[in-house]
Design a protein. Structure first.
Ligand code: GS8
Length: 205
């Protein structure tokens, strides 16, 4: 019955191969073993489907589940965790306090590490230096939080790990996971595209 139910599920992911936010959703879907249609988006010429599905932010990723769009990668991950819920693959702890703490660190990782991390290649001069400083300081805070644990959630690969992994290449334990290996693109290919994005943002090309 369950597999029949799953066969009828219509799951699409609007993303762009280089988007670390999109990779979060892909890792989440891979962790749950969900089959989905990957729909690559050109962020320089946004599709009517993307604009219709995410009219507020107009960004990827957008998960479309049976026609219903969900955007913002951390919300997408929580949605995936709630819909394809199983105690063996839970991204968040079940205890409300532990859950709140995990959400706190996922939010910290998102706003205080991933965002300034991306800002370091989008900007230059003083703004870039400030972003770099913030990124490194907050990475040290996260490192302290990881102290002696396999993953942020202890022994379980969870929301905070998924939120961070696409942005980093030094969480080797995470990189060993199939869901991550299958998802993360070749770093050299990312570098070429990231350099092009930086030049475009800075008006150099
Ligand atoms: C960020 C998504 C995002 O920035 C999330 O999903 O967590 N808070 C959101 N997506 C980028 C691609 S990755 O750099 C995007 O879609 N950019 C298009 C644009 O800014 O126009």
């Amino acid at each position: 019955m369950d597999s029949l139910k799953e066969d009828r599920e219509d799951v699409k992911l609007l993303t762009a191969w280089v988007s670390p936010y999109g990779m979060r959703a892909m890792i989440g879907l891979a962790e749950k073993g969900i089959k989905y249609e990957y729909v690559e988006q050109n962020l320089r010429d946004k599709s009517p489907l993307l604009l219709q599905m995410n009219p507020i932010h107009k960004k990827v990723p957008v998960l479309i589940h049976n026609g219903n769009p969900i955007s913002e990668s951390l919300i997408v991950l929580q949605y995936i965790d709630n819909v394809w819920n199983s105690p063996h693959t839970a991204f968040l702890p079940s205890h409300p306090y532990d859950r709140a703490i995990a959400l706190f660190w996922a939010d910290f990782a998102d706003k205080k590490v991933c965002f300034p991390g991306l800002e370091t290649f989008r900007t230059k001069g003083e703004v870039q230096e400030a972003a770099k400083c913030e990124f490194l300081q907050n990475l040290a805070i996260l490192e302290g939080e990881l102290k002696g644990k396999n993953y942020f959630g202890g022994d379980r690969f969870g929301l905070v790990d998924i939120a961070l992994t696409p942005f980093t290449s030094w969480f080797h334990r995470c990189l060993e996971r199939d869901s991550v290996k299958k998802t993360l693109p070749n770093p050299e290919k990312v570098l070429v595209t990231a350099t092009e994005i930086r030049k475009r943002r800075l008006g150099e090309i």
